[in-house]
Design a protein around this ligand. Structure first.
Ligand SMILES: C[S@@+](CC[C@H](N)C(=O)[O-])C[C@H]1O[C@@H](n2cnc3c(N)ncnc32)[C@H](O)[C@@H]1O
Length: 242
């Protein structure tokens, strides 16, 4: 039987796409994503590609998915944890109505400011409230304030994987009933099914247990219905039920 690699699979665990082959992923990008990608998104993607940490960026197909989802649910008030240079942030800002809002948080302002001129040029920067620093204390403050309970239509979490369960405890309160939380990287480079002796990169191995724990917890959480999609590095959508 041909191994995955012989059959044209990826060379290593750690590739962005979870599809059967690079060619298939390229087909999606070239057929349906790149030809329709907003000019500013393309500019930001190309700018980010030159950055040393570019592996962190949201992929173009996931950006397209987020844009569609936000429009389908008529999202207006949103939150993003983990901005980097802002590709998913720009996808969100472009998808929201003109009076839409995004509370965006990241511990690193420098990377956000790298992409900011592109976001400004796209005419959507007024929708963004960027907060520099760890997200957890901001969430705690919002819960204590009381006025943010059930106020978000959509929340995208793409930051420190070892805190996802801590985020979930708080976000379930902040998202509205019927609203959606999207947890990114829930298939974690495919490593969630890697055998114990698989040659995983150090950071992949470290965060893997947290991702596995999150996936287990979400699967049995009665407050949400979930859908795990193999888009990008895996995204789990959680719709708040009560
Ligand atoms: C995978 S990147 C986000 C990618 C981004 N969504 C995009 O479209 O390019 C993860 C980001 O999470 C940020 N981060 C890490 N720990 C954080 C924390 N405790 N609070 C907020 N942001 C954090 C990192 O600085 C990094 O920019």
């Amino acid at each position: 039987m041909a191994t995955k690699q012989e059959a044209g699979g990826h060379q290593e665990v750690g590739h962005k796409s979870l599809l059967q082959s690079d060619a298939l992923y390229q087909y999606i990008l070239e057929t349906s994503v790149y030809p329709r990608e907003n000019e500013s998104m393309k500019e930001l993607r190309e700018l980010t590609a030159k950055h040393p940490w570019n592996i962190m960026t949201t992929s173009a197909d996931e950006g397209q998915f987020l844009s569609m989802l936000l429009k389908l649910i008529n999202a207006k008030n949103t939150m993003e944890i983990g901005v980097y240079t802002g590709y998913s942030l720009l996808a969100t800002a472009l998808a929201l109505p003109d009076d839409g809002k995004i509370l965006a948080m990241d511990i690193n302002r420098e990377n956000y400011e790298l992409g900011l001129p592109v976001i400004q040029k796209a005419g959507v920067a007024h929708k963004i409230d960027f907060k520099e620093g760890p997200a957890l204390p901001v969430l705690d403050q919002m819960i204590e304030d009381g006025k943010y309970h059930g106020s978000f239509d959509f929340i995208f979490v793409d930051a420190d994987k070892d805190n996802y369960l801590n985020y979930h405890k708080r976000l379930i309160d902040l998202v509205k009933v019927g609203g959606i939380i999207g947890y990114d990287n829930t298939l974690w480079n495919g490593s969630v099914v890697a055998p114990p002796d698989a040659p995983l990169r150090k950071y992949v191995r470290y965060f893997r247990d947290f991702v596995l724990e999150l996936n287990k917890a979400l699967a049995v959480d009665p407050r949400i219905e979930i859908c795990m999609l193999p888009v990008g590095d895996g995204i789990t959508l959680c719709r708040r039920l009560s």
